[in-house]
Design a protein around this ligand. Structure first.
Ligand code: AMP
Length: 589
């Protein structure tokens, strides 16, 4: 079949011929005759590279009434890069069709330029959901005359968390419009969109139907919060060709992990909300070019990441919003490839494993943090493979080869091999010769798992048991908005199970924590002297009586000032700072 035979007009045929397209690709051959009529909803299962942009772009161009300056065609896509790519292609296809105006609408570029362009009249808008919503809410973009909505790479848009934005945009288009959805995979959420927003869509599949979930290995290991960094390093080291993203929950954690990895010699960098657009672009360019092996990112910052070939996604603890897990893990195993999603789960977050399993509709496999021996073995194999693969530049070596042979004349082949391997490999032996086991016993994890949503009640029960109270010099002013957050922090950092912790009294600049007999010293040993926001944590046994007695009233009084010492009741056992403001200053310094 030719493009002409598909029903395309002569101007469009001329443009594609000039682009060197000799004949329609399979998806074009099947879809163009269906879409050109403009009276159907459509679902196309196709990956990038199949020619899908022309499959929807050519019929869309043909339908535009160039006498109208209103938006008649809307294309939503997940990323800035794709948005620009589609826009450029459509402009080329419409080269000979007079009066067609195509505009790209995407974040991170001047909004006023885009507003000016839109105001001069647009027929086809190609947009990323965020900026489209923004301009829609400013009433710059008006969708009352839209005839066709294309959702391109729908699975990716959902992976990136754009579901609500897409819904909001579609709701602003007239009911008479038709929707054409393109997706490389067909997870349940995409099916749901097809069901909710389309009427009896025609379905076209090109290539094999694959589900993103099927290609991802979902795994987790149980490690104490304080060991998460070491565990991450081991997973990176055990997979020499690894190329991936590490998701952290906060900007602070993101920076910390990136700084540590860089200090330890990894090609890593951070992507988080404190960076300017230019800094983000620079980090992303390095990552895309593989100058970075590991990107450490927050969920929000990683939204637009569209890098293929990622082998791993790591989660430094499972996210607070379970939905984010799917968005995160969907960064790997794209375009039919496979990938691993590995969560480093601390005991206090163990109950989330079950919630994630519910979300992905499958099991997460419990795996062990690699041992030093496993890492050394993998690294050794990698060195050997690299030696085997390297091309010998005989011409370049020629002037030196005699000298080289002479230098090695007295060294046996076996010794040369051992020496070359050691050159690369000694670092790993040194790093890992005394590596301890970072895995936490599953029974501790299970306790956390069982606690689940009923954790608070159980903790309440514990207050009758834990008669010891600890004083800790962190509180609401350090960002802990509620008792749950400080509990999470403590469990995370120490590996202590939340069930061993009882009543927590949280104040502005400090907190009291009820603990079981055997746990107090563990918390003190693990937390004392640790640093939070440039301040050293101090934790010690409080000699105040537990809840409900005079001690509690005193605690409340303490809310007005920083508590500076332990000691027992009366006299000068506590020194308070003269005012809270001085304490704040001390903290910021
Ligand atoms: P897409 O799947 O839309 O990203 O297209 C992949 C690439 O194939 C783009 O560079 C298109 O310009 C090109 N392309 C699309 N249709 C054809 C065709 N019929 N013949 C040759 N190249 C094509």
């Amino acid at each position: 079949m030719t493009f002409k035979e598909l029903g395309l007009d002569e101007y469009i045929v001329k443009a594609v011929e000039e682009l060197g397209f000799e004949k329609p690709s399979p998806i074009q051959e099947e879809s163009i005759p269906l879409l050109i009529t403009g009276d159907k909803d459509y679902v196309g299962l196709a990956q990038t590279g199949t020619g899908k942009t022309a499959a929807f772009g050519l019929p869309m161009i043909q339908q535009i009434d160039t006498n109208s300056k209103a938006i008649q065609g809307m294309i939503l896509c997940p990323t800035r890069e794709l948005c620009l790519q589609i826009t450029n292609e459509l402009k080329l296809y419409a080269k000979h069709t007079k009066g067609i105006k195509v505009v790209a609408v995407y974040g991170g570029a001047s909004i006023s330029d885009q507003i000016r362009e839109i105001k001069s009249g647009v027929n086809i808008m190609v947009g990323t959901p965020g900026r489209t919503i923004d301009l829609m809410e400013r009433r710059v973009l008006k969708f009352d005359e839209v005839k066709t909505v294309v959702l391109d790479e729908a699975d990716e848009m959902l992976n990136m968390g754009f579901k609500e934005d897409i819904t909001k945009i579609i709701e602003q288009t007239p009911p008479s419009k038709h929707t054409w959805l393109f997706s490389a995979t067909m997870p349940k959420e995409v099916e749901r969109i097809a069901k909710n927003y389309m009427t009896d869509p025609v379905r076209v599949t090109v290539g094999t139907k694959n589900s993103s979930a099927a290609n991802i290995e979902h795994q987790y290991c149980a490690v104490a919060g304080r060991d998460q960094y070491d565990a991450l390093r081991r997973f990176i080291d055990v997979a020499p060709g690894m190329y991936g993203i590490v998701f952290c929950r906060t900007r602070r954690e993101t920076k910390e992990f990136a700084d540590k990895l860089m200090a330890d010699g990894y090609n890593a960098d951070a992507l988080h909300g404190d960076l300017s657009q230019a800094q983000r672009d620079s980090v992303m360019a390095k990552f895309r070019n593989r100058n970075l092996q590991v990107l450490i990112a927050t969920d929000v910052a990683a939204r637009g990441i569209d890098v293929d070939d990622l082998t791993h996604v790591f989660h430094v603890d499972l996210p607070d919003e379970i939905e984010s897990y799917t968005h995160r893990s969907g960064r790997t195993a794209r375009a039919g490839k496979s990938g691993r999603s590995i969560a480093l789960v601390s005991p206090s977050k163990a109950s989330r494993v079950r919630l994630v399993e519910k979300q992905i509709g499958g099991k997460m496999e419990l795996i062990q943090v690699p041992t030093g021996k496993e890492i050394c073995f993998q690294q050794l194999m990698s060195v050997i493979q690299n030696v085997k693969k390297v091309e010998i530049n005989e011409k370049g070596l020629a002037p030196y080869i005699a000298q080289i042979h002479e230098e090695f004349a007295d060294v046996s082949k076996e010794e040369i091999i051992e020496r070359f391997v050691s050159l690369e490999f000694n670092r790993f032996i040194k790093d890992y010769e005394k590596a301890r086991d970072l895995n936490i016993d599953m029974s501790t994890m299970r306790k956390g798992r069982d606690r689940g949503e009923r954790g608070d009640r159980k903790r309440g029960d514990n207050t009758t048991r834990n008669t010891n109270r600890l004083f800790i010099n962190i509180g609401k002013m350090d960002g802990f908005e509620n008792k749950g957050q400080i509990l999470g922090f403590i469990c995370n950092q120490t590996g202590v199970d939340g069930n061993s912790i009882g009543k927590i009294d949280l104040f502005d600049s400090f907190a009291f924590i009820g603990v079981d007999d055997n746990v107090g010293n563990t918390l003190i040993n693990s937390l004392n002297g640790r640093n939070i926001e440039n301040r050293d944590i101090r934790i010690e046994f409080s000699k105040d009586k537990p809840k409900g007695e005079r001690g509690e009233r005193r605690d409340r009084g303490g809310d007005r000032g920083g508590y500076k010492g332990g000691g027992d009741r009366g006299g000068n056992r506590r020194e308070r700072t003269s005012s809270r403001s001085s304490f704040k200053r001390e903290r910021r310094s």
